[in-house]
Design a protein around this ligand. Sequence first.
Ligand code: PRP
Length: 179
Amino acid sequence: MPELLPVLTESDIRTKVSSLAQRISADYQNKELVLMGVLKGAFVFMADLIRQLTIPVFIDFIWMSSYGCGDTSSGTVTRVSDFTTDISGKDVLIVEDILDTGLTVKELICCLAGNSPASIGVCAFIDKYGRRENDCRADYACHRVKEGFLVGYGMDFAEKYRHLPGLYELNTTISEEAK
Ligand code: PRP
């Protein structure tokens, strides 16, 4: 069995991101929208998403980390660096590469809420719903899966594979053996 199993091609991703961008553009027409990308993983999705939007947006990033170098969440979310945009009275859409246990988004919503935004939404490239530990949900998602360790399109395993233009499921058994 290969280490990487294809899940979405570059072309599949382009189609899905484009359709999501159309929905977001319609839903946030005439609003002051801040797209809050969550580093590091969301940088590729964010770059593609904004170029398909037809409305003006503010862009910012916050750097959160929970996985370290392993393939399971450490359970502790660390804010590595903060955003700088004044989000008070604006609509904020969190842009994640993946919504998994929900711990990162839950922590982020708490932190954003303290800055009095008009609303907080969640847009995840992947909504991986099988291990959710709280009531966090994706208002927008390109692809939903129950389980599997996904890499590529910004997502990593021990910092590998972020550069891949497609999405793959990592066979973690093979990956561990190769270490
Ligand atoms: C990943 C991903 C999300 C988070 C989702 O980040 O980018 O931010 O985990 O997992 P959760 O829903 O279980 O909290 P990671 O900590 O791996 O950092 P990275 O983005 O730098 O890869």
